[in-house]
Design a protein around this ligand. Structure first.
Ligand code: 13P
Length: 256
């Protein structure tokens, strides 16, 4: 973290978990477990149907609500899809874009990710853009070039004035839901590299203001070490965000 230049953001990605009633209960428990939120921003990325309940339950608590996906068109014949405008009107502030599960199971590509980023920014949402290599890519030594390509295509056509509203989440696919976390040094290497890529595209002043998260088996036990790295500005947390004490411990680690 480097809180002089950029905000630390701890975001929970609930994935396809929790009904509206369960969402309410989890948020109540979380409110009771978080001591004080001073330095970091908390975001809860909940299933679409949980959004109204989550917004209501977080009133008076310093947490924003995010969605986990959206369509890039404003409206039209896209059965089953949700637009950025629909989310913004509800009061949603963030949206995860290009999570590896969306890329793997729902055929999202760097090009659709780019379109979604533009649509989210146009609607006033802050995109949390996920990038990350597979185990095979890591073992073949192409991690950095692969990440560079993902970042460059994702940011294609984004105005310099809008880049600071984007959060990039580095999520190595081999660390997601596996209990296998990247070491703090591995996370720092790639998060620093992402910042280098942004610097190359937009210059140093913008690059140092962008929040870059780590995600992949982040938990109460490893959060402090990961967040101690200068280029790791927060976390995108799956499993551990579903348990209030664990998520609270991560938030508290970011508040040191
Ligand atoms: P886990 O924290 O369960 O590994 O999930 C990470 C993730 O995919 C967050 O988006």
């Amino acid at each position: 973290m480097n809180q002089r230049y950029r905000k630390t953001v701890i975001a929970g990605n609930w994935k396809m978990n929790k009904t509206p009633a369960e969402a309410r209960a989890l948020i109540e428990e979380l409110k009771a477990s978080v001591s004080r939120v001073k330095w970091c921003e908390i975001v809860l990325c909940v299933p679409f149907v949980d959004i109204p309940a989550a917004l209501k339950a977080t009133k008076g608590f310093r947490a924003s609500i995010g969605a986990q996906n959206m369509h890039y068109e404003k409206s039209g014949a896209y059965t089953g899809e949700i637009s950025a405008q629909m989310l913004a009107e509800l009061g949603v502030k963030y949206v995860i874009i290009g999570h590896s599960e969306r890329r793997q199971y729902f055929a999202e590509t760097d090009v659709t990710v780019n379109k979604k980023i533009h649509a989210a920014l146009d609607a006033g949402l802050r995109p949390i853009v996920c990038v990350g290599e597979s185990l095979q890519q890591r073992e073949q030594g192409v991690t950095l070039e692969f990440i560079r390509q993902q970042v460059k295509i994702a940011l294609g056509g984004v105005e310099p004035s809008a880049v600071k509203r984007i959060i990039i989440a580095y999520e190595p696919i081999w660390a997601i839901g596996t209990g296998k976390t990247a070491t703090a040094d591995q996370a720092e290497e790639v998060c620093g590299w992402i910042r280098d890529c942004i610097r190359e595209l937009y210059g140093a002043r913008i690059a140092r203001a962008v929040t870059i998260q780590y995600g992949g088996s982040m938990n109460a036990g490893n959060a402090a070490e990961l967040l101690s790295k200068l280029d790791v500005d927060g976390g995108l947390i799956g499993g551990a965000s579903l348990k209030a004490p664990d998520f609270a411990a991560i938030i508290n680690a970011a508040n040191q």
